[in-house]
Design a protein. Sequence first.
Length: 192
Amino acid sequence: MTGRTHDLAAFAALSVVVLTQPARTYTLSTVLLGLLANQIGGVAPDIDQPTAPLWRNLPIAGLFGKAFGELTGGHRFLTHSLLGVALSGYAAKFILAITHSLTPHVDTGYVWWAFMIGMLSHLIMDSFTREGVPWLLPIPLRFGFPPLRQLRVTTGKKFETLVIFPGLVALIIWLYASHYQQLLSLLHRHIS
Ligand SMILES: [Zn+2]
């Protein structure tokens, strides 16, 4: 899937989790940093390819992306597995623990979850593509849905841009419309 589809999917997944949980109180800094962490998590697994958004914005981008890709076994390998998600989870926890003193108003637990939800949404979305995802590395099998490869999506092609992307937009709109009262109460009473 393309980066923008992953961005939307990560946001949709986070919205589902937040809106279906009992109301909790979040600080504004937690909400903002959580949204950012969620978006980073949503594209983080593609760090293994030279064209990843993160590398594109760096001057010697291609080299870094290539090196990182080779280090993690090539595109759609370690970073696209549960093992990779777990390792990234540890790394994210470590980074949040170090930076916590700079962000005392942030509940790092929620931010961490927002990041992990973003990462998992990436693997789920890539499972719908032809290449599939090696969920269970080191078992070198790629899984996808539907199981028949020919029925899956090709990244960046019409089905993604004309069906999946607008479908995610519709899902988000429906989600917020159907949980409108909850959303209002969250914004008015549960963000401090
Ligand atoms: Zn990917």
